[in-house]
Design a protein around this ligand. Structure first.
Ligand code: PA5
Length: 445
């Protein structure tokens, strides 16, 4: 089985009786999700996406990816939040955290428009250098400041290098199908566009063109990714105790009610680092509202055991861990015999590094549970496209169920607007004059 939930380490924290007791709430959440009667039901497109996606666009994505692979040494993906995290997470997870530095036949892929740091943008310009490049600008609303500013700059670079006509061949816009500034811009300039479906919110959009185009450019098999998600859709469809996706949602809520208000997603693979970031947005933005919500954080072990391990073992007992563990490491390093054995490591001779990693996991999970940190383990077979597709769907659906159990709307993000409004006002955007004066007074100007 490619994906399984191991709850063996949870026994002293979550009982069978508690799991049974929360079932009516899980059922209610399931009914809300499936009937479309819950809050945020305009954004349920992701639920059936692995099956109900636009097949013609899917083929167009593959063709565009091929075009970029053929004419570009670098792809710049411009987007923020849900408009970049999924793609970056999938590329680093499947290919490598060092994807750009690895020997390969596909373009380097860099992400821009997810920060307003001028240093970072200038670095990226230097990294592109004289190389041929294309841009995939991704914004559902088309008005998000960070990507819009970055796009203005990279579009200018493209036009300077290739002329307006040449740049046209190198700009790919992923946005709303009909409305928004970016859509209008793309139509008037004649750039190829891809659609962020109306009913799929940013953080649930990795399996749309938002994620799929950059992922395909990296040479990742997007058919296998979708197949994994589709199989997960079938596997986690029914509301019963055997549904591990629902069980994970139930466990999270039970632990939360017992004061475990922080969930640390843990992996023993550095290539999972950006998947952790994707998870943090998915869960943080979906649940953190109305004064409620588990705070999602993350770690990569054993690396972070040497920085955060002390706190986890003995600090405040408000944490639980969700470990994502891969049974097959994809690549092996054999530890050799040393005739002098000065480092005393000959007891490991003949073993693979993945064996040591596995023992680190087993040792840690036992130590942390001894330290009153509940551990739930999501086990996957392989670090491949199919298993990733399953995991993405599993986490998305568990998030929606968990959010409804928490009685929040898992599909909105009203809180994100506050900083934007202040920033617009302080930047002097027309229409924000009153707020500007008020905010500047608070800043002591
Ligand atoms: O999940 C979300 O909705 C957000 O993270 C958005 O994706 C992010 O704010 C970017 O928005 P947009 O795609 O409209 O530029």
């Amino acid at each position: 089985m490619p994906l399984g939930l191991n709850t063996n380490y949870l026994n002293s924290f979550v009982s069978e009786a508690e799991l049974e007791a929360i079932q009516p709430e899980i059922k209610k959440a399931h009914d809300l999700l499936l009937s479309g009667k819950g809050e945020g039901s305009d954004f349920l497109g992701w639920l059936t996406l692995p099956e109900d996606y636009d097949k013609a666009e899917f083929e167009a994505i593959k063709k565009a990816a091929e075009k970029i692979q053929n004419n570009s040494q670098v792809l710049i993906v411009i987007g923020i939040g849900g408009s970049y995290l999924g793609a970056r997470a999938a590329i680093e997870f499947i290919k490598s955290q060092n994807y750009n530095a690895m020997p390969k036949t596909t373009p380097d892929i860099y992400f821009a428009g997810n920060t307003i740091s001028s240093r970072s943008l200038n670095e990226l310009k230097a990294v592109i250098g004289d190389r041929d490049f294309s841009v995939n600008v991704i914004s559902k609303s088309g008005t998000t400041t960070e990507p819009a500013v970055a796009f203005r700059i990279f579009k200018g670079m493209l036009e300077e290098k290739y002329g307006k006509e040449g740049a046209k061949e190198r700009i790919f816009a992923t946005t709303d199908k009909a409305k928004g500034t970016l859509k209008k811009f793309a139509d008037s300039e004649g750039w190829q566009t891809f659609v962020v479906p109306d009913n799929v919110g940013g953080r649930y959009s990795v399996l749309t063109a938002v994620g799929l185009l950059p992922i395909a450019v990296a040479g990742i098999d997007i058919d296998a990714l979708m197949l994994g998600a589709k199989d997960a859709m079938v596997k986690y469809a029914d509301c019963d105790m055997a549904n591990d996706c629902y069980k994970y949602a139930a466990i999270r809520n039970i632990l939360y009610r017992k004061g475990k208000k922080i969930e640390m997603m843990v992996s023993y693979e550095p290539s999972y680092t950006m998947m952790n970031e994707w998870f943090k947005q998915l869960y943080g933005e979906s649940e953190g509202k109305d004064g409620k919500g588990i705070f999602p954080t993350s770690a990569v072990f054993s690396t972070d055991l040497h920085s955060m391990g002390q706190y986890i073992q003995q600090g405040e007992r408000h944490l639980f861990e969700t470990v994502v563990f891969f049974k097959n490491s994809q690549s092996e390093v054999l530890i050799g015999e040393d005739k002098d054995n000065v480092d005393g490591l000959n007891f490991l001779a003949g073993k693979n590094l993945s064996f040591v990693n596995e023992k680190a996991f087993e040792g840690t999970v036992l130590a942390h549970t001894d330290g009153e940190v509940p551990n739930v383990v999501i086990e996957l077979d392989e670090m491949n496209e199919y298993d990733l597709g399953m995991l993405i769907y599993f986490l998305e659906k568990a998030c929606a169920i968990s959010g409804y159990v928490l009685e929040v709307n898992p599909f909105n993000q009203p809180g994100v607007e506050s900083y934007k409004k202040n920033m617009f006002a302080l930047l002097g955007k027309p229409g924000y004059e009153e707020q500007k004066a008020e905010l500047e007074k608070r800043l002591g100007r």
